[in-house]
Design a protein. Structure first.
Length: 273
């Protein structure tokens, strides 16, 4: 069921994701400045309340003073508050933290998507949700998605996406097939300022006595036999002997077990009568 939901989000561009488990609504959300947190300590009303994250990423908390929250997840903040309160203030404190008000986040979705651009989102945003905002991946998309995050702020770059060639960018790669299959590890959390870049698929070609000659999306470790199957298989006159590959303007013999490379052209010859 989960795999079906994720696939539907990607293919239809819906803006809803599977509901998280009760009590963990924003547990993995990474807090940023100007978010407003609600901290609740069971049976301790004087230690419970609303706290706005200041521009330095910290907030003032009773008795404990300044607590660093920016860059940490909601669950990590709850753990820090619990640990500090247990150190001489409250015996076995029961602490919950949630986000009452989210600061808007700017995310860029670029490359092979139906509606590339800059999107303003709120709350805990996942990769599936961000792609859905951009209308999902296009048919020309490759099998890998890049999530680009700057390692340091650059003057004047706040309104521009991060590109794969930028030297100061951390790059996280996500397999699109895993995402479509519903793998939770692939549906990563997106942060403010991130760029999601969907590269164009590399292609190979199959021609000759084949049922559906043409261009096909390249995938790593694809064999000549698998490539021929993608192209519909041999015609009645086609032969799996005498196969040829044209690669970098050079032509050579090919076996069914050979690995296809991007840009290859597989030539299927006519069988001998």
């Amino acid at each position: 069921m989960l795999a079906f939901l994720l696939s539907a989000l990607l293919s239809l561009g819906l803006q809803q994701a599977p509901a998280p488990a009760p009590g963990s609504t924003n547990a993995n959300y990474v807090v940023v400045a100007q978010d407003v947190l609600t901290v609740t300590v069971f049976n301790e009303p004087q230690l419970s309340g609303r706290f706005r994250i200041e521009n330095d990423g910290q907030f003032n908390y009773p008795f404990l003073g300044r607590i660093q929250a920016g860059g940490a997840t909601v669950s990590e903040i709850a753990a820090v508050v619990k640990l500090k309160l247990a150190d001489g203030y409250v015996r076995n404190p029961q602490v919950t933290v949630d986000v009452e008000q989210f600061r808007s986040q700017n995310v860029f979705v670029m490359g092979e998507v139906r509606a590339p651009g800059r999107y303003t989102l709120t709350g805990s945003v996942t990769l599936v949700e961000a792609l859905a905002q951009a209308g999902s991946t296009a048919p020309t998309a490759g099998t890998e998605i890049l999530i680009l995050r700057r390692t340091r702020p650059v003057t004047g770059s706040a309104g521009s996406p991060t590109l794969p060639e930028d030297a100061d960018a951390d790059v996280q790669k996500v397999n699109l097939r895993d995402l479509q299959a519903g793998a939770l590890s692939a549906n990563v959390t997106i942060r403010d300022g991130d760029t999601i870049f969907v590269p164009r698929a590399e292609r190979f070609y199959v021609t000759g006595h084949i049922r559906s000659p043409g261009a096909y999306v390249f995938e790593p470790s694809l064999t000549v036999l698998q490539a021929i199957s993608l192209a519909g298989g041999l015609t009645d006159r086609g032969s799996n002997r005498g196969l040829r590959i044209i690669r970098n303007q050079k032509e050579f013999d090919a076996k069914l077990t050979d690995i296809v490379q991007p840009g290859d052209t597989i030539v299927v010859r006519q069988r001998r009568l």
